[in-house]
Design a protein around this ligand. Structure first.
Ligand code: UT7
Length: 322
């Protein structure tokens, strides 16, 4: 038995910010951003909250799965940009969509969040604890972006993606997840203003801060290793994989990974040109897009790989069954 996706959904805020608009805010250009990242535009949340976007994506996934919200037994929400600290976003989504019977909690594994949520739901299924789950990832990264920092504001976007999972007969694939806390400094977003137990106020930078080159090198080194480890652990040959669905960080990262493992870049679907880097939401938004475009065929083996802050990187194989 293993987790299979039986519905996907996504949501992107209505306001679109193109590269020319960013070039009015910081010293950059449409050409530089396109050539170095592949990004042409990003969606930016204005009225939309992280919970709202997550719930909209979830409703579409549930509708496509053809189930009622009451049938969902588990909701795992991946986010690093929840609207509030408590209650957790997964419980807020539960309330919004009426999934009364679900256990719900959040995880924060940055850009690896959706893949780790998938792995966790699959592990709960394997343990016999749940049979139907909603995994959802949503980010309002624009709220954590320093719009005067050209290292980061060119990259990120907002949005949400979701998938309904069911426990189904078929080969069970083993996931791979790694973390390296020593490299946490490469991508940070520190606490907001607060007061400690002695009543002393502390204030720290609370914008996303990134060493782009370090993250780039990390991704290009670790993701090919991750792909090989996932394949080897599951006894799957690389040529059996139809699609490599990767976190949408930068087109040059995806192209370098494809080159390293000797695959054509068309096997690495990409939509970051329209959305920018939406962290945990990038993989489910992409999955929903290629699903609704009819690109995924029953029996396709899809290798998922997420990587990012932590540092964390995680992968798994799923068989398309819709
Ligand atoms: O989800 C995981 C999160 N993060 C990532 O995946 C980020 C991974 N890293 C990257 O995508 C890339 O490192 C960036 C897109 C962030 C930067 O691209 P790069 O090719 O690594 O640029 P760089 O930092 O090496 O800078 C190259 C040049 C420098 O100028 P000089 O020294 O060559 O004259 C920078 O000052 O480009 C300059 N530069 C810019 N110019 C225009 C850096 N940022 C910009 C900018 N616009 N936004």
């Amino acid at each position: 038995m293993s987790a299979v996706i039986c519905g996907t959904g996504s949501y992107a805020p209505g306001y679109v910010m193109d590269n020319d608009r960013i070039a009015e805010l910081v010293e950059t250009s449409d050409t530089w951003i396109r050539e170095r990242t592949g990004i042409r535009q990003r969606h930016i949340a204005k009225a939309e909250t992280t919970t709202y976007m997550a719930a909209e994506a979830a409703k579409k996934a549930i509708e496509q799965a053809g189930i009622s919200p009451e049938e969902i037994e588990l909701i795992i929400m991946a986010t690093l940009s929840s609207d509030i600290i408590l209650p957790c976003s997964a419980c807020e989504v539960q309330k919004e969509i009426g999934a009364k019977n679900a256990a719900a909690f959040d995880i924060n594994a940055a850009c690896s969040g959706f893949v780790i949520a998938y792995n966790m739901a699959d592990a709960f299924f394997a343990a016999g604890q749940f049979k139907t789950a909603l995994i959802v990832a949503a980010e309002s990264l624009s709220h954590l972006t320093d719009w005067t920092d050209r290292n980061t504001c060119i990259l990120f976007g907002d949005g949400a993606g979701a998938a309904v999972l069911k426990n189904s007969p078929g080969k069970h694939f083993l996931s791979v997840t790694h973390s390296d806390g020593e490299k946490g400094w490469t991508l940070t977003c520190k606490n907001r203003l607060g007061t400690n137990a002695e009543g002393e106020k502390f204030s720290r930078e609370f914008y996303i801060d990134m060493n782009g080159q370090e993250i780039f090198k990390f991704a290009v080194r670790k993701v090919p290793e991750l792909i090989r480890e996932v394949l080897q652990k599951n006894g799957v040959q690389q040529e059996e994989i139809t699609w490599f669905v990767m976190h949408q960080a930068n087109c040059r990262i995806l192209e370098a990974v494809a080159r390293h493992i000797g695959e054509p870049s068309w096997k690495f679907p990409m939509n970051l040109q329209h959305y920018g880097n939406t962290s945990s939401a990038s993989i489910p938004i992409l999955l929903d897009e290629i699903n609704r475009q009819g690109k995924l065929k029953k029996g396709d083996k899809i290798l998922l790989a997420g990587f990012g802050a932590g540092q964390t990187w995680s992968g798994n194989i799923l068989v398309w069954d819709m």
